[in-house]
Design a protein around this ligand. Structure first.
Ligand SMILES: [Zn+2]
Length: 271
């Protein structure tokens, strides 16, 4: 308890609040449950927590955006950066607070517990699926392609690539990893009617520069890591950091964690 308190103590320098219009947080969820699953389930969010988080973000003035919108914003930013007309600092200087919801792995709980809230609150969300485990229904219960299509048809959810097999790049040769990405893309096209950009979340967030270049050649618009932080003006579309939402966070806690992630991205060494 005492060590927790010490961690929470904030020194004056760390009180700096970065305006939320200077950055874009991308939230990362995994699994949802009706009630708290207890210890050891750090990536499970209860439905009540998700509701509180969405409500708090809305109340704080955040607009939830799809990956298509994010892609557009980042491409504009990239153009300015390449033209060297606007390459100073990290602030995005947006006229609006934006936030993105992403969910990894494609669990059935996404469909059963999170999707109803996305519809209710009119919030866009993006799910990165492991395509083989959807097709073969292996491992922890996943939603089916049919359920995935239902979510897509609602206009609130889109499904993206998390490779065919979820083998992290450092666990196999890069060519095998790239093949699993290509297979993931083929499966998405074969099983879904969906328009949109091409995005991938790296399994376990692991990536190499070689893979990044190859994926860029394959036409990917957005590549997501699990590096902790927010999108700033210096963020590459091919190396997008995310904030892993942990069990037990209410709406206020989520807002505080976003602020902390922003401080870390703007003032290195600070959290
Ligand atoms: Zn994953």
């Amino acid at each position: 308890m005492d060590s927790m308190k010490e961690q929470e103590q904030i020194s004056p320098a760390e009180e700096t609040v970065i305006p939320p219009t200077d950055y874009i947080p991308v939230l990362m969820y995994h699994h949802f449950a009706i009630r708290d699953m207890g210890e050891g389930n750090g990536v499970v969010t209860t439905q009540a927590e998700l509701r509180a988080q969405i409500a708090s973000l809305k109340e704080a003035g955040y607009e939830f955006i799809s990956l298509e919108t994010l892609d557009r914003l980042l491409q504009q930013m990239e153009k300015k950066r390449n033209q060297k007309t606007d390459n100073e600092g990290k602030s995005l200087g947006l006229g609006q607070k934006y936030v993105c919801i992403t969910i990894d792995d494609g669990y059935l709980s996404n469909y059963e517990l999170a999707f109803p809230l996305f519809k209710e609150y009119r919030v866009p969300a993006s799910i990165f699926v492991v395509t083989d485990s959807i097709t073969q229904q292996t491992g922890l219960k996943k939603f089916t392609w049919k359920q995935g299509q239902k979510m897509v048809d609602s206009g609130m959810v889109k499904l993206y690539n998390h490779t065919a097999n979820h083998i992290p790049i450092d666990m196999e040769i890069e060519e095998a990893f790239l093949l699993a990405v290509a297979q993931g893309e083929q499966a998405l096209q074969a099983h879904l009617r969906q328009e949109g950009c091409k995005a991938l979340a790296y399994p376990n967030g692991r990536f190499t520069l070689y893979a990044q270049k190859e994926l860029e050649k394959m036409g990917f618009d957005l590549l997501f890591t699990v590096e902790h932080g927010v999108i700033t003006k210096q963020t590459s579309r091919y190396e997008i950091p995310r904030i892993a939402v942990e069990s037990g966070w209410d709406g206020q806690a989520l807002l505080e964690h976003i602020e902390r992630a922003a401080r870390k991205s703007f003032v290195p060494g600070k959290r």
